[in-house]
Design a protein. Structure first.
Length: 123
């Protein structure tokens, strides 16, 4: 099944970035999705999710956790493994001109083994 293309008004680098990026407004409605997000959520509607409420896309207890994050404007970062693929999930508020404007989700694929470097340590 072919996934429709994201509209051209999205910056091309965002559209070609390998992480799935979904952006919601103050009311929780999805405003934008990049191509990776459209492909990730194709079975749930892909780009047709734009205009839908982000909370409706999450089952409990995730929905309650997300609602709390949105209300408290908190960042939540964790990793998942699904169908053999590992991802870093980053939920965070976003701002326009210093004013809270909504919430976003970034799902970035990560390798099974991820090196960690402490840049504060002297070698």
């Amino acid at each position: 099944m072919s996934v429709p293309s994201v509209p051209n008004d999205v910056h091309s680098w965002v559209n070609e970035f390998p992480a799935a990026i979904s952006v919601a407004g103050l009311d929780g409605r999805i405003l934008e999705m990049n191509q990776a997000a459209a492909e990730t959520f194709q079975s749930s509607g892909g780009l047709a999710l734009i205009g839908q409420n982000l909370l409706d896309c999450h089952p409990e207890p995730s929905r309650t956790k997300l609602r709390q994050l949105m209300e408290n404007r908190q960042t939540h970062v964790y990793t998942i493994e699904k169908q053999g693929a590992r991802k870093l999930i980053y939920h965070a508020p976003w701002y326009r001109d210093g004013q809270y404007a909504g919430f976003l989700e970034i799902a970035l694929p990560i390798p099974a083994s991820l090196p960690h470097f402490n840049r504060d340590e002297k070698t």
